[in-house]
Write a protein that binds this ligand. Structure first.
Ligand SMILES: [Fe+2]
Ligand SMILES: [Fe+2]
Length: 241
């Protein structure tokens, strides 16, 4: 059994420092590691991520994060990543990491993911170059994410995303914007990659619980959805609670 703290969409601005600190008190007695599902900032400005890094430095358990679309806005991703890594956060983008919890290994594959839509209502790589580029980015990201999951030889495999792999956690969002909230390619990657669970953010008006067609549990941990800094989940080989 492993205990996972997971949250997303904290959307720090440069004045948010200390907002998370109180939630870290005693966290090591409740969870083995913390996952952050992107949109860590408002615009991806270094001062915003420094405010968050100040708080994360006080987190008593390992922190693994992916970035979200907001963190890409100012095109300063490398600076953002470095500021997080300097306080010990593992930042994943189409990459994976392994944690060792007691005698168990936990593999985490992380990707921002992208939009594109879902079966029956998705984009296609046809027509203008811009549309082909959009769908190619979505497909390429999902394929690499799947490869990363497959590369893990661990007791547990976790998928950490920003965009959603399923419409089930989007209920409450306008259907018209589903293609900008996620992609079914990500669900296929989770199913083919043998994930035990997936976490995502981005859909602030969605719901927490869903699953892929292949039965992988999916949790939307965007802060406006879970209404906490993060939720704590217990995962064993039979269930997620
Ligand atoms: Fe967000
Ligand atoms: Fe987002």
């Amino acid at each position: 059994m492993i205990r996972i703290a997971a949250g997303g969409d904290v959307h720090f601005d440069r004045h948010s420092q200390n907002r998370l600190c109180e939630h870290f008190n005693g966290l090591e007695t409740k969870a083995d590691f913390l996952l952050l599902a992107g949109d860590l900032t408002q615009t991806g400005h270094p001062e915003e991520i420094k405010a968050l890094a100040h708080d994360l430095k006080k987190c008593p358990i390992p922190v693994v994060a992916v970035l979200g679309n907001h963190d890409y806005h100012l095109n300063m991703v490398e600076e953002v990543r470095k500021i997080l890594e300097d306080v010990g956060v593992t930042v994943l983008e189409n990459s994976a990491t392994t944690l060792h919890i007691n005698d168990q290994s936990v593999g985490i594959a992380g990707a921002k993911g992208f939009g594109g839509g879902f079966v029956g209502a998705c984009g296609s790589d046809f027509g203008e170059r811009e549309m082909k580029d959009f769908m190619k980015h979505s497909k390429d990201s999902a394929r690499t994410f799947e490869d990363q999951l497959k590369s893990l030889n661990t007791t547990y495999k976790i998928g950490l995303l920003h965009y959603s792999p399923t419409t089930q956690t989007l209920m409450g969002e306008k259907k018209e914007i589903y293609p900008f909230l996620g992609s079914y390619y990500l669900a296929e990657a989770l199913d083919h990659g043998g994930a035990d669970v997936a976490f995502h953010g981005h859909a602030h008006k969605g719901v927490e619980k869903g699953e892929t067609l292949g039965g992988v549990p999916v949790r939307n941990v965007a802060q406006p959805v879970i209404r906490h800094a993060f939720n704590i989940y217990t995962l064993d080989k039979d269930s997620l609670s």
